[in-house]
Design a protein around this ligand. Structure first.
Ligand code: CP
Ligand code: NVA
Length: 305
């Protein structure tokens, strides 16, 4: 693995190693042990969309690993004035040891990776959110130990998070059911890739428009915002279309009695999830958010040389 632009960039074995390393790094941090493999290294952190978790977990993570991060946004850099991403890639590669980028089109990150001489990490694009899925898988491992046989139901928009989840589930053998309204299914490309990978792990990949079918006997119910960053003007329209996919206590009655609730956050109470569900003892969203830090530290340790 040279870059982490897509969940497709990591092999099953590397993913296993990363989750193992995460466990070690989390333990070290809890014990206050110093581990600084990034001493003297610098990362550029480019954010062309807002962020709380991803930005802070990368900034804190690189500091804990002994390195340094430089935050860049569109407005205060030449990116906002139209400097091509391929030029930015070549210039930043002369200064830094890695580039983390959150942007709109996945192709922009792919182009950055093509021209960069240092590793590039996708911190969310319209098509994928691979760093999120690393933290989600680690959190599930902490709670459930084993992936095989688990059923994860993803409810709502077949968006970036859902696309990356398809690959993550296929690689780990998790049975993944995505229930979305018609016309909001995940991308065909990721469905096909997930189905190919699933043949090697026996994961079940099911795309449905029926929320009850997805949630039935699920171990984990997962959701995300209905209108992602960049889709703000569709908020009203989507609220109506997505309401049958809201994660509420009625819907959760179809899941296993000990079902866990997950959400990448930020959450919109009363929309994709109700207040009682996200605040219940079944909700593991804060562990999930914390694990962004630990999994990304493992990723940086593996990628940055
Ligand atoms: N889950 C996630 O990526 O959150 P942020 O948008 O706050 O980074
Ligand atoms: N699908 C959401 C994820 C936010 C972390 C978005 O792209 O806005």
């Amino acid at each position: 693995m040279r870059d982490f632009i897509s969940m497709l960039d990591i092999t099953k074995e590397e993913l296993k190693d990363l989750l193992k390393l995460t466990e070690t790094l989390k333990e070290k941090q809890k014990k206050g042990e110093i581990f600084e493999p990034l001493k003297g290294k610098t990362l550029a952190l480019i954010f062309e969309k807002p962020s709380t978790r991803t930005r802070v977990s990368f900034e804190v993570g690189v500091i804990q690993l002994g390195g340094h991060g430089i935050y860049m946004d569109t407005r205060s850099s030449q990116l906002g004035r139209g400097e091509p991403i391929k030029d930015t890639a070549r210039v930043l590669s002369r200064y830094v040891d890695g580039i983390v980028i959150r942007t709109f089109k996945q192709e922009r990150i792919v182009e950055l990776g093509r021209y960069s001489k240092v590793p590039v990490i996708n911190a969310l694009s319209n098509e994928e959110h691979p760093c999120q899925i690393l933290a989600d898988l680690f959190t599930i491992k902490e709670y459930c130990r084993d992936f095989k046989g688990l059923k994860v139901a993803f409810l709502g928009d077949g968006n970036n998070v859902c696309n990356s989840w398809l690959i993550g589930a296929a690689m780990t053998g998790i049975n993944f059911y995505a229930a979305t309204p018609q016309g909001y299914e995940p991308s065909e490309f990721y469905i096909k890739k997930a189905e190919e990978i699933a043949k090697t792990t026996s994961a079940e990949i099911v795309i449905t428009n029926d929320p009850v079918e997805a949630v039935k006997e699920a171990n984990i119910v997962y959701t995300d915002v209905w209108a992602s960053m960049g889709q703000e003007e569709e908020t009203e329209k989507r609220r109506e279309i997505f309401m049958p996919y809201q994660v509420n206590s009625e819907l959760l009655k179809h899941a296993k009695p000990d079902v866990l609730f997950m959400h990448c956050l930020p959450a919109h109470r009363g929309e994709e999830v109700t207040e009682d569900v996200i605040e219940s003892c079944r909700s593991i969203v804060w562990d999930q958010a914390e694990n962004r830090l630990h999994t990304q530290k493992a990723l940086l340790t593996m990628l940055i040389r």
